[in-house]
Design a protein around this ligand. Structure first.
Ligand code: 13P
Ligand code: SF4
Length: 373
């Protein structure tokens, strides 16, 4: 297994009130940690709901009240009555939970270093500049759509400009919503999800890329000619998969079927049998017949969970040992979880994610529009 190394120049850490793990928590061994997490959770009772994204490590998901994809977990956060929501995921997910929970609920991200680099590839300030350039290139009405994997300020920007948020499962519906109201779509930050969605809608000839780091790619004439403008962002974990991985798995396991996340490259999605969000990937394996073989094209921890949760199915990581873990997700170390829980028992809140009120209100509009589609 390999770990992602991030090569973007943009700041990875959205929040600057990083609190490091105290020395006393750094070397906890699993048996002691398990006991302490269980004791803290018992002491806190219904005051805490713990959400675990599908990509979290086993030691985290085993303690989660709910495990799921980013959107499902935000909904669980909104439905929870608990005053504290501990989100074992990445910053944009905890922000989304803060946006849709009540004002008297507090969202905690155990480690502030858990920042998705793809979300950091479209920073609101940079998008502001690009928006001015793109809108100057055409008189057409452009609707911005941001993927859930983005920060609250970009979600707020999209709302302000008449746009919305989407997830990997409803991106096509968000595009349709936008084309009912405008002429063109600017999709951020994941170019692969954008391209895969354009193909799904039969609009593959309408795509143009906008690379904010490359002056040559910013061609106003091309923007005027195409209806789908894709921001040059990507997930390094999913970009890793290649068609050759699918060919190899089919050669080694002729009965294997392949399911991949839509953040994968176009040709990988085309070669796979099923494409879908992490919850679709989970459902695909859950619905498989005993003895079926499924190769999983997404972050490695989910492939491992699925193999554990469904021993009757032959679950394989799509690229074997070369599959990657997400370095951002991995920042949620179980020792951090122990620390934030024990601090709450003592009445101290650590690593709280709080979206600024004006941003929160607008971002909420973009999320609500998504619920309409
Ligand atoms: P899901 O919304 O499918 O859980 O995906 C989140 C993510 O970060 C994928 O890389
Ligand atoms: Fe971000 Fe990719 Fe990690 Fe998902 S897997 S959180 S998109 S870096």
């Amino acid at each position: 297994m390999e770990t992602t190394s991030f090569d973007t120049d943009l700041s990875l850490f959205k929040y600057d009130h990083l609190e490091q793990l105290p020395a006393a928590y750094r070397d906890l061994e699993e048996p002691e940690r398990e006991e302490r997490i269980t004791a803290a959770r018992e002491a806190l009772g219904d005051d805490v709901v713990l959400l675990g994204h599908n990509y979290q490590r086993r030691e985290i998901v085993e303690h989660a009240d709910f495990i799921g994809d980013s959107y499902q977990l935000s909904k669980h956060a909104a439905d929870a009555d608990a005053p504290y929501v501990i989100f074992a995921g990445v910053t944009f997910m905890a922000e989304s939970a803060d946006i849709i929970t009540d004002d008297d609920q507090t969202v905690i991200l155990p480690s502030m270093e858990a920042s998705c680099p793809m979300a950091g590839m479209a920073e609101a300030l940079q998008v502001d500049v690009a928006w001015a350039e793109i809108t100057a290139a055409t008189d057409a009405n452009i609707i911005p759509i941001t993927y859930m994997n983005s920060y609250a300020d970009l979600k707020a920007f999209c709302a302000e400009q008449g746009g919305l948020v989407c997830t990997s499962s409803n991106a096509h519906r968000a595009f349709e919503w936008a084309f009912e109201r405008g002429d063109k779509v600017l999709f951020l930050p994941d170019k692969h999800l954008g391209e895969n969605t354009a193909y799904r809608l039969g609009m593959e000839d309408d795509i143009v890329e906008w690379d904010p780091w490359d002056p040559e790619s910013k061609d106003p004439a091309k923007v005027a000619e195409h209806d789908i403008i894709l921001w040059e962002g990507y997930c390094q974990v999913h970009e890793r998969f290649r068609v050759s991985h699918i060919e190899q798995i089919r050669e080694e396991h002729p009965d294997a079927q392949v399911v991949v996340h839509p953040e994968c490259r176009r040709e990988v999605v085309e070669a796979a049998d099923v494409v879908g969000s992490t919850s679709t990937i989970c459902e695909t394996v859950a619905d498989a017949d005993p003895g079926d073989t499924w190769a999983i094209g997404t972050e490695i921890h989910l492939a491992r969970h699925l193999a554990r949760w469904h021993p009757e199915v032959n679950v394989l990581p799509l690229c074997g040992d070369a599959c990657m873990d997400c370095n951002a997700m991995r920042q949620i170390d179980p020792n951090y979880l122990t620390w934030v829980l024990e601090e709450l028992v003592e009445g101290r809140e650590r690593n709280v994610i709080e979206v600024a009120p004006e941003e929160k209100e607008l971002a909420r509009v973009a999320l609500d529009r998504m619920l309409e589609v």
